[in-house]
Design a binder for this molecule. Structure first.
Ligand SMILES: N[C@@H](CCC(=O)N[C@@H](CS)C(=O)NCC(=O)O)C(=O)O
Length: 232
């Protein structure tokens, strides 16, 4: 089946080819997880630019797919039950695309669980904590005089970076082979530069982080995915 009748999002962002996966996103650390994964797997898809402006991400059309008003979100016209499947939450999207493509989830059931564990570590830890650090260090939160919120997120960011750094001792990727856990984590490490927060987290003290970021950025699919959808 290739119709999306229940998702009015396609009224505002019409599909040129309704037979392929539709991606609604913006190239932020959460957004590029989905575009990098789509580029890595080679699954056919079409990307739509949804900006973080209320007129896009809070429009009724976008909310028809993600009531949580956040990118990324996808519709697969050929979902597992033969019906279109809409999904939001970047972690859920990564798991789904890994299952659909049979890629980047390791070889064994144990690999699968370990990769899921590190994916959850990103979703519950790295993403929210580094995101809050960005808010209190670079954006509106930096005007708050009380130093405690910034310190709290800074300390938590450092603690989490130390966990990643230790896990990478003696291995190239976070959970064995390259996987969706890396696709989830590394865009957030890259984001520290955008937040101007590399120095305050002591980036250079973590010997394994820059080589990890470089390995990730050396992948052609990653380079392509980081530009999708083009913000114009
Ligand atoms: N847990 C969500 C977080 C997504 C998220 O925070 N998206 C941000 C951009 S990185 C967003 O859409 N913000 C718009 C808004 O909150 O209005 C996921 O991983 O998909």
């Amino acid at each position: 089946m290739t119709h999306f009748a229940s998702y009015s999002i396609t009224d505002k962002w019409p599909a040129k080819d309704p037979s392929v996966i539709q991606l609604y996103s913006y190239p932020t650390p959460n957004g590029v997880k989905a575009s990098i994964m789509l580029e890595e797997t080679g699954l056919p898809y079409e990307a739509h630019l949804v900006t973080l402006a209320d007129a896009d991400v809070k429009s009724s059309e976008f909310l028809s797919l993600n009531p949580n008003n956040k990118i990324p979100a996808i519709i697969d016209p050929n979902g597992p039950d033969g019906h279109p499947l809409g999904l939001f939450e970047s972690g859920a999207i990564l798991l789904y695309l890994a299952e659909k493509s049979g890629k980047f989830m390791g070889q064994t059931q144990s690999d699968r669980h370990r990769i899921t564990q590190w994916l959850m570590f990103q979703m519950g830890g790295i993403g929210p904590m580094l995101g809050q650090l960005g808010f209190f260090h670079k954006f509106a939160g930096k005007e708050i005089e009380d130093p405690r919120p910034r310190e709290r997120y800074l300390n938590e960011a450092k603690r989490l970076l130390n966990v990643v750094n230790n896990q990478l001792d003696g291995q190239e990727w976070i959970a064995g082979d390259y996987s969706i856990a890396d696709i989830a984590i590394v865009p957030w490490l890259r984001g520290l530069d955008f937040y101007g927060a590399r120095d305050i987290v002591g980036w250079d003290e973590y010997a394994n982080l820059q080589p990890y970021l470089d390995r990730f950025l050396a992948r052609p699919a990653v380079q392509r995915g980081l530009q999708i959808p083009s913000p114009g």
